[in-house]
Design a protein around this ligand. Structure first.
Ligand code: ADP
Length: 274
């Protein structure tokens, strides 16, 4: 209805303009639908742990004279609270990467520092599962961008590699410089020997809240937001993220980001000057 009304009004301006306006409205509707879905998803994701916490606290009260049960319920409460914390943190990350201009305070960022930070973030989880994290190639490499966002992106990939791998496997983080027509890129590949991702799911894992196995993801405190954050960060940095995987054998997520230096920083700074 709306689109038709607009097209009637601008009809004298020529059919091409009408077509553009109609497309614009369709796009506006699509964005509105995505936003509505997002709010519905967030509400659902928040309700689940809150509901569980409420039930569990009742269970604790009922089991007051059974210390073993109290301990068990308290453990479950801790898991749900962690989930809630992760979800809120990732929502904050997501709103940050969507709203801010990430290159506003862009700087050369050392890749070895990003890698160290990502490893630190999963050290505990990797330790419990006896997963070895091997790193290499990052010496002397720097990428151009927002340090916090880049750390969040790489951290999410390494966290997933650890979460979706069985015990006593290896996770590799390998960095290297690759030549590209628009200036050199830094490639950071995170490889695991985990459960892998089917071809059908590979296209969808970057969508917000998409999880191949919601129950498994939940058990690890997953929110389904991590990879959508990664995708946003690389897009706003002029990079890309790709995934290779063989089911049951493992996955490799590869980030490609502009290398700092080589005149690029100067160019970008200059472009922001009035
Ligand atoms: P989550 O918080 O659930 O980990 P992500 O957005 O980070 O959310 O990932 C989306 C889904 O992609 C995960 O739920 C999981 O099913 C799948 N996935 C992500 N990384 C891996 C990996 N390294 N190996 C296997 N599956 C993965």
């Amino acid at each position: 209805g709306e689109a038709l009304a607009v097209s009637a009004r601008v009809a004298p301006l020529g059919s091409r303009l009408v077509l553009l306006l109609v497309e614009d409205l369709t796009e506006a509707r699509r964005i509105e639908a995505v936003r509505r879905d997002f709010v519905a998803n967030v509400s659902h994701e928040l309700k689940t742990p809150v509901g569980a916490l409420s039930l569990l606290s009742e269970a604790v009260m009922d089991a007051a004279d059974d210390p073993e049960a109290v301990t068990r319920f308290a453990g479950r409460m801790q898991i749900e609270a962690t989930r809630l914390t992760n979800l809120v943190q990732e929502l904050i990350d997501l709103s940050r990467v969507q709203n801010d201009d990430p290159l506003e305070d862009a700087e050369p960022v050392r890749v070895d520092e990003l890698v160290d930070e990502a490893v630190d973030r999963c050290r505990h989880q990797a330790g419990t599962k006896q997963i070895t994290i091997a790193t290499g190639g990052s010496d002397g490499l720097r990428v151009w961008g927002n340090r916090g966002q880049l750390a969040a992106a790489l951290g999410n990939l390494v966290e997933n590699a650890v979460n979706y791998s069985p015990a006593r496997t290896r996770v590799g983080i390998a960095a290297r410089r690759v030549a590209a027509p628009g200036g050199d890129l830094v490639e950071i590949a995170v490889t695991d020997q985990g459960i892998g991702i089917s071809e059908k799911d590979r296209e969808r894992v970057f969508e917000r809240f998409y999880r191949v196995d919601p129950a498994r993801s939940r058990a690890t405190g997953g929110t389904g937001l991590g990879l959508s954050i990664v995708k946003h960060v690389v897009a706003s940095h002029g990079g890309e993220v790709t995934v290779w995987s063989a089911e049951g054998q493992g996955s490799t997520f590869t980030l490609r980001l502009p290398e700092a230096g080589a005149g690029r920083d100067r160019d970008r700074r200059a472009r922001r000057l009035p």
